[in-house]
Design a protein around this ligand. Structure first.
Ligand code: NAP
Length: 253
């Protein structure tokens, strides 16, 4: 499959805001029918759908908290009704409150982090592989896992639990990629750096990306579209020999 192939479905978790929103709009522009997953912000998800439809693209919004297996099953059932799955973007992700050290972390915080960022991504990939793998009668496809440079930096004194969840995603990209490499599925990851989205406000530090921009070799934050461009490229045939690897998209950070 590739950028020239239209009418395949892409499921994007957390497609209502930030990087997922930009990826949804970019994928639709390349002919994908987009399933915009969202956790709770229905208004934002509907805005993405309207944006895509205003340019004659095809999209639907589906509520799916990736921390809940039942929601994930519902997301893929909705995708099945929308068309043939060709790609999954495991984008939904959360951070906990910034500045909490490991010796202060609650079990509930760590469990939620892993349930959403790790288990949710693996379960979504499971559903995608069941549909796309040639072993199961599928036509192949691409899975893009959104990691973070935090996986390499560890995020000490910020959110080590988040960094660890993204380290798990990097290992998952390697392992799953090998598992399905002979079944028409490529699996690739992206480690974004400091991207200008609302995730920093969710961690209690709305200004975090801009405050740390001076530490980026390129001396600026990244925009969601700069990650989305790489997502849709990885989903295209231009990236046909890429699997089991994760790319830093971080201005050199
Ligand atoms: P964001 O602006 O906070 O948007 C988060 C998106 O994920 C929203 O669409 C939200 O849905 C959805 N979401 C949140 N919790 C969810 C859940 N439990 N189940 C399903 N969806 C959920 O985040 P972002 O900055 O675009 O981040 C997207 C991905 O990039 C994440 O995996 C993040 O870790 C990664 N990343 C971001 C940065 C950065 O600097 N921004 C850097 C490195 C990696 P609602 O709209 O319904 O709330």
């Amino acid at each position: 499959m590739g950028a020239d192939v239209t009418d395949r479905v892409v499921v994007i978790t957390g497609g209502s805001r930030g990087i997922g929103r930009a990826a949804a709009i970019a994928a639709a522009a390349r002919g994908f029918r987009v399933v915009v997953g969202y956790a709770s912000n229905e208004t934002a998800a509907n805005e993405v759908v309207a944006n895509i439809e205003s340019k004659n693209g095809k999209a639907i919004a589906v509520k799916c908290d990736v921390g809940k297996e039942g929601d994930i099953l519902g997301l893929f059932e909705a995708a099945d009704k929308f068309g043939t799955l060709g790609a999954l973007v495991n984008n939904a992700g959360i951070v906990g409150k910034s500045g909490v050290r490991v010796d202060e972390m609650s079990a509930a915080r760590i469990q939620e982090m892993m349930a959403v960022n790790v288990t949710g991504s693996i379960l979504c990939a499971r559903e995608a592989v069941k549909r796309m793998s040639t072993k199961h009668g599928g036509k192949g496809g691409v899975i893009v896992n959104i990691s973070s440079v935090a996986a390499k930096l560890g995020a000490p004194n910020t959110y080590v639990d988040y960094a660890a969840s993204k380290g798990a995603i990097d290992s998952f990209t390697v392992g799953l990629g090998h598992e399905v490499a002979g079944e028409g599925i490529r699996v690739a990851g992206i480690r974004p750096g400091l991207i200008d989205t609302e995730i920093h406000a969710a961690g209690g530090e709305p200004d975090r990306a801009h405050r740390l921009a001076h530490m980026v070799p390129m001396k600026r934050v990244g925009q969601a579209e700069e990650i989305a461009n790489v997502i849709v490229w990885l989903m295209s045939d231009e990236a046909s020999y890429i699997t089991s690897t994760t790319l830093d998209v971080s201005g050199g950070r």
